[in-house]
Write a new protein. Structure first.
Length: 556
């Protein structure tokens, strides 16, 4: 890509423009620091990958620092297994990351102290209203809220009650700490939002030390400021929360001089894909998929197991860019990025997924030849391999038809085709079983047409791949397709719209023997079928392959 294109791409990145202005003005002392702040209540999906790549990319581009910080402020939904999976995902997506891992729970003591500061300034108060009453008092988008009868407690009383909350003197829901802002604000998020609630729950990181936990909208700006984050890049649903984010930092003495800047961008939505974490969790818990890393899922763990590369995901995220406009990205763009990345990298092998026996009647009974095959025609440096060839082969069942339609150029009675990297063969007969299924195709071969040697110059229109029956490796192949059957679904009916053919298992596949030289996690192009990976949960004596992506998009 030339420099002009690179400059044009940069010019549309409104976030980089903001950073450029801050660097020119010395807003943060010529410093850029970003973060990715997941809640450890599920696995990350490809939408999170966009945010990770964006935040990491902005830091790297501006010689800055990138943090992974867990917003673990709700012990009722968090789990250590989610923490571990998120760390693994970020490590996979972000090279040279320095593994800067932080937790909101590391700052609970400081968050408490800052809440005390707000109380002392008359900017926070203890409220006895129930959750339902707070919701009722909050008002609507068209009607202002009304003040709590407990809003004007004295600072001394609020300080005393807040300490009792921390000490466990009250039950869950009995009291909350609220910011004291404006119950008539046009922004509902500014109508005295709750900043602390009581939860007598064990936390995965702090155990039973705390029984009060900060709300996300309060914790988020404080965490950012403590870590020295300069640009808090988040998705568009937080735009209405930004005034409260700024209110918190502007009212805490430690941060008001150069508060972190929150910047919002549009979320990633993919066609044919359900993305919401709570809905993915429902699919896992109710058994619609085989876990969070089921290759049909859009989680980062699932994409990794399916065979997607981190480079392909990074390239995809760069290609779709960032904007304020919400839209649905065609999943074909992601698949293109995967094919574009794998094409020059992976070896090409012959695999017969729906086998039928082909017998070359005039080929010597015990003869075995080795045919030279390029590992990747697009990358000659990958060299070649020798593939065994003998009298009995396997070919794809749909490479033979007894009564072919027009423009069918593969095998049928009387027709001649080339066996890839081998000979011309001509169909002379076939065998059926009692049910009428074709079980064998009989051909003759022309020994003068061996690939790479001279022959009489005649041409054939069809070339098919094959595997030696004597040397074939048995394998299971999982063919994965789009999770959603079509685009006509929403959060209420998406389970009814799941694609029943999102996973097809083929158990009698035949692969060329070179496949035994590889290990779990290795990727290939199966000629004519697409890109595949040896499943990371398989054994080499019982091979299972997952289809990563087809050779061309099947999206309609």
């Amino acid at each position: 890509m030339n420099d002009n294109n690179a400059e044009n791409r940069e010019s549309v990145n409104f976030i980089q423009k903001i950073i450029n202005e801050d660097l020119i003005n010395g807003t943060y002392g010529n410093r850029v620091q970003t973060r990715f702040p997941p809640e450890p209540n599920g696995y990350l999906h490809v939408g999170h990958a966009k945010s990770i790549c964006l935040n990491y990319g902005l830091a790297k581009k501006n010689n800055g620092i990138f943090n992974l910080r867990f917003d673990d402020t709700n012990p009722t939904k968090e789990d250590e297994s989610f923490v571990e999976s998120i760390i693994k995902d970020v490590k996979w997506l972000c090279p040279d990351w320095e593994e800067r891992i932080f937790f909101a729970s590391d700052y609970f003591e400081k968050m408490y102290e800052y809440a005390v500061e707000l109380i002392k300034k008359g900017l926070a108060y203890i409220d006895d209203l129930s959750a339902d009453e707070i919701r009722e008092y909050r008002g609507t988008l068209t009607e202002p809220g009304k003040e709590s009868p407990f809003r004007n407690r004295s600072i001394e009383e609020n300080l005393e009650m807040f300490e009792k909350m921390k000490n466990g003197d009250y039950a869950n829901g009995e009291k909350v700490l609220r910011a004291k802002i404006d119950m008539a604000s046009g922004n509902i998020n500014m109508r005295d939002p709750v900043i602390y609630r009581i939860l007598h729950e064990t936390h995965h990181n702090t155990g039973d030390k705390w029984c009060i936990y900060p709300m996300y909208d309060y914790a988020h700006p404080v965490e950012d400021a403590i870590e020295g984050i300069t640009h808090s890049v988040c998705t568009l649903e937080f735009e209405d929360h930004r005034p409260f984010y700024e209110w918190v930092l502007n009212n805490l003495d430690d941060f008001k001089a150069a508060p972190t800047k929150q910047i919002e961008f549009a979320k990633l939505f993919l066609s044919k894909t359900m993305m919401g974490k709570r809905y993915l969790k429902k699919m896992v818990e109710e058994g619609y998929v085989d876990g969070w890393d089921d290759p049909r899922m859009p989680t980062v763990a699932a994409l990794r197991r399916r065979g997607y590369t981190s480079e392909a995901i990074q390239s995809f995220c760069e290609a779709i860019g960032v904007s304020k406009a919400q839209s649905v990205v065609d999943i074909a763009m992601l698949e293109y990025a995967v094919r574009d990345d794998l094409g020059p990298k992976v070896p090409r092998v012959m695999a017969v997924l729906n086998p039928i026996k082909l017998i070359i009647t005039n080929y010597p009974e015990d003869q075995v030849e080795y045919m030279e095959s390029e590992n990747n025609p697009d990358n000659p440096q990958m060299g070649s391999r020798m593939v065994p060839f003998c009298k009995e082969l396997y070919i794809e069942r749909d490479d033979f038809m007894e009564e072919p339609p027009k423009k069918y150029y593969r095998l049928f009675p009387g027709n001649e085709v080339r066996l890839r990297n081998a000979y011309f063969v001509k169909c002379v007969d076939f065998v059926k079983d009692a049910e009428g299924n074709i079980t064998e195709v009989h051909c003759t071969y022309d020994p003068e047409t061996k690939s790479g040697s001279g022959f009489d110059g005649r041409k054939v229109k069809g070339t098919i791949h094959w595997v030696s029956a004597k040397h074939a490796v048995d394998a299971q192949v999982n063919l994965y397709d789009y999770m959603m059957e079509d685009q006509d679904y929403d959060k209420t009916n998406f389970l009814e719209k799941l694609n029943p053919n999102s996973k097809i298992v083929l158990k009698n596949c035949k692969l060329e023997p070179s496949i035994k030289e590889y290990e779990t996690g290795d990727r290939f192009q199966f000629l004519r079928h697409g890109y595949f990976i040896i499943d990371t949960d398989t054994r080499l004596d019982n091979l299972v392959f997952n289809r990563i992506v087809q050779l061309k998009s099947s999206y309609k």
